[in-house]
Each structure stands twice: as structure tokens, then as C-alpha cells.
Design a protein around this ligand. Sequence first.
Ligand SMILES: Cc1cc2nc3c(=O)[nH]c(=O)nc-3n(C[C@H](O)[C@H](O)[C@H](O)COP(=O)(O)OP(=O)(O)OC[C@H]3O[C@@H](n4cnc5c(N)ncnc54)[C@H](O)[C@@H]3O)c2cc1C
Length: 512
Amino acid sequence: MTPDGSGDPAPHSAYGTGAARDGDEGPPRAAPPGRTGGPQAEEPHAPSEGIPHGASEGPLLTESVRLGDGGYEHVRTRTVWNGLTPARFPELIVRPASEHEIPEVLAYAREKGLRVSVRSGGHNWTGAPLRDGALLLDLCRLTRCDVDPDSSTATVGPAVTGGMLAAELARHRLSFPTGHCPDVALGGYLLGGGLGWNGRELGPACRYVEEIQAVTADGRTLTCSESEHADLFWASRGAGPGLFAVVTRFRLRLLPQPGSIMTASLTFPLTEAERAGAWALRTARESPPNVEFSLVVKASGPPAGATGATGPRLRLEASVFAETRKAAAAALAPVDACPFAGHALELRPVEPTSFRSLYEGTGERWPSEHRYVVDTLWSTDSYETQLARATRLIAHAPSQHSLALVPFEPVTPDPDGTRHGDMAFSALGRSYAAVFAVWDEPEADDANIRWLREGMDVLDPYGTGSHYVGEADLTAGRSRSRRSYAPADWERLRRLRRRWDPAGLFHGYLTP
Ligand SMILES: Cc1cc2nc3c(=O)[nH]c(=O)nc-3n(C[C@H](O)[C@H](O)[C@H](O)COP(=O)(O)OP(=O)(O)OC[C@H]3O[C@@H](n4cnc5c(N)ncnc54)[C@H](O)[C@@H]3O)c2cc1C
């Protein structure tokens, strides 16, 4: 194992054209013989895009495609949701039809000396599952979703998306803090921590994971919880794209569906950003935790209202998750009474909504055909400072699609790192921001990536910030993954990796 190399300056190299490495790089060596666990439920077969059953030499029960096979490139690019596909080429892409096949796939990888990368839904912004020479274990067919209304629990496969789960739960008047976009798979989302709907009140989504089933590097299938294999369970709640096991199931604790969800939004020209932003942040602080506030600084937007203006803008979105309609309306009343409403380019008054409608809005806002590079920052500075920096940054974005998101307390503040429970995830700053470089033309890759990376230095001028591993640009610097954790948690993750995956079968965190 190499050290994590923390502290190196972030190179401003083109994304995806260099050979990315692991934070815990090490050559694959022979691992102990595999043992499989007890019987498991069959997963239904999801449509498989272009991988023939048993087309390549490899594990027999699965669909697989090998580097050099016809159709390989089609399959490889489809494993990444982002229109920007990293230039990293797995040796073999394998899609098991069921969790039963995973120990056999891992045994095959050990035998052939292939390191393993794992994919659930391919929404990691850096395309983390794509690794040169790897066996890419694509879990896209594990889409089983069993809801038990009596115990208010659900058992889900890693490729179940937030939208699929929310739709299923709506039938039972239950809910879960799924992520903000419907197509994000629960696998990577929950492993990273999960900043979901109503997170300011509920905390990170992984707080509601009661148990996982995981296949370890030596091929064992284990049930992990706070009382069984507690250290692997601890890691699964936050290790994100550096976990050292394959999670095949999550058991989730469900919540009652809010009696009323309401939402409102106001969009201002960037010239109003300081005044409107200060008001919005003051309003957010005074609002109860079940009100979720997001400030979105956009490089441009469609012509709005009578002004026809298309320039940079600040959008305030507020949503409340309450027991009654009356309580929801009261919580959003200060937003309705915005003293600058007359300056807004666009105003959507407080109105009832549903998870489904919220998802329709966010789903449209993130089309997969764009090219994206994304980074995050937990900062010791105030939200006001973050917003001012984000506003300056967006004013110079090379692409009109780019944006900065400043969600007010995306999860419950957790000053001593204990409130959310014993987990690898923690909220590491006083304020949070995420910046999204979004563009279309391949020839604009360098300009947009440079803008984002230099912009993160503007947001974090003293280099003291931390990151959210679930959305951080791990290829921006060798310290990104380390700085996504409290120091003791990072050391514990490294120790656990050595214990659970001593031969380095699984790829670790991506680095430049
Ligand atoms: C449009 C969009 C919206 C998003 N919105 C949110 C949001 O609201 N809140 C939020 O917190 N995040 C959000 N994200 C980030 C998202 O949660 C992460 O990118 C997450 O990794 C996506 O999950 P995935 O299963 O698709 O990841 P993948 O790309 O499939 O996997 C990423 C990495 O996670 C690990 N991994 C994935 N599945 C497993 C598994 N079953 N076992 C072991 N390791 C595994 C692997 O290391 C893999 O390389 C969003 C991303 C996108 C693209």
C-alpha cells in the first residue's frame, strides 16, 4: 500500500485523460480461498444494455464484456452517467444477475490477478468505477426493493434509485431521505453518506441504514450492523467510493410520509445577490429545521418574466416537510413575505407539492448528456462568505450551464461528530457549497475544468476546507479523499481496509 499522499498541490490537468490511481494503490496478490454465505434471494433481471450472457471467457453465470470485444466501448461509456467519460479502461465488465454470483466473480478476479471496482448506478461524478485494467463489477441488475410497512423497513438492492424507492414508499405512505435527483442509485448515495431531502432535519441518509449485506474480498457474504461486524458497518456509512467490500443489500428504516410538502422559489439577477442572499440566509437561520433552503447561483437561465434577462442569477428554493398543511404554510410564510420580491425575475409562490413533483423538477435540471465536473467544500467560513465567493466565481464561468449550490445546512449540524451516530460520515464544516462545471463541447473540457479547479481555490483561499466524498472531485488533488474525513476516521478507514482487504483486491479512492 502506498501512503495517501495527502497535501500535494492539485494539478490542473485535463480530467479523464490521465491514468488515475488509487489512494491505496497496491498490486493484487493471491487472496485466501473464497467461502460463500447462506442462501440469498434471487434478484429480478433488469434490462441489460448490450452485454451478452457469458460472451467472454470469465465467470459463467454472468453477463460480461472484455476490453477488445465488439460493443465494449458502448458498454463502458454507459457505465458512467456523466457525458464526460474518463479515459480509463477496465479489462472486464461483469454484470451479475444476482448477488449469489458475486463470490464467484471475486474468486475469478483473484485467480486472474485483476483488481475489482464496483458500480451501482454510475452517478459518481468522477466515474469512479472506471479503472484501468480492472474487473468492473456492475451491480445494475440488483434492483430488488422489498418494503415491509408493518416494521417500517425496506430491503433494497444497490441499484434501486431514489426515485424508484420514493414511488414505492408513496404507496405505503412512508418516506426515506432519498437524494435530490430521481435517478441516483442508493448504492453509492448511501455509502457516501447521502445528503437527501429534508436532511437539515433528518441528518445524512445513511443514518437510516440499519443493516447491510456485503461480500468481502475473501468471498464471504456477511450481514453487518451495529452489533455484527460493526467496523465494516461503520465504514459502509460514509466510506463512499473507497469502500473495501461489495454491498449487495441495505436494510433501511423508513419514516412516515410528511403530511404536507410545500415549496416556493424566487430568482434574482446577480446584481441583487448580496441583498437577497443575506435576507435568505437570515430567513433560513430563523426557520425550523424541517425547512430546506438552497441558494443556487447560476451562470445563466432562460429568459425570465417581462425582463427577458438571461444573465447570471441567484435562485432561492425553499421546501418544507411538515405534518399538516397549516404548519407547512406557516413555516414558509417568511419566504412568501420576501421584502425584495418586486426585484425578482421569477417568483413561484408557496404551493403544495410531492416527492414526485420535486423529482420531476430536479430530474429535468440534470440532463445526462452534459459534461460535468463537480467539487464540494465544507468550510470554516460563514454561509455569507461562501455565497459571495460563489457569486464572484459564477460571474466568470466559461459555460452558461455552470452553477454553484449553497444548501443551508444540508444535514443537521453535528459539532461534536456524534449526533448522527457512529459512522464514517461527518459534516465537516460551518458552511457547505458545491460547484458544478457543466458544458457540452469536448473542446471546452480544459477551460471548464480549469475554471472549476481554480474556483475551488477561490472558495477555499486558505486551503483549510474539507469535502463531501459523495460529490468531491477526487481527481483534483491527492488529499481530496483524506480531507473528506475527520483525521481519526480517515486513519480508521485505512486500518479497516488493511484488515478487510489485505491483498488490495478492491480499488480504493481515485486520485489524480
Ligand atoms: C445528477 C446527480 C444528482 C446527485 N444528487 C445527490 C444528492 O442529492 N445527494 C447526495 O448525497 N449525492 C448526490 N449525488 C452524488 C451521488 O450520491 C454519488 O455520486 C453516488 O456515488 C452515486 O451512486 P452510484 O451508485 O450511482 O455510484 P457509482 O458511480 O455506481 O459508484 C461510485 C463508487 O461507489 C462505490 N460503490 C458503489 N456501489 C457500491 C456497492 N454496492 N458496494 C461497494 N461499493 C460501491 C464504488 O467505489 C464506486 O466506484 C448526485 C449525483 C448525480 C450525478
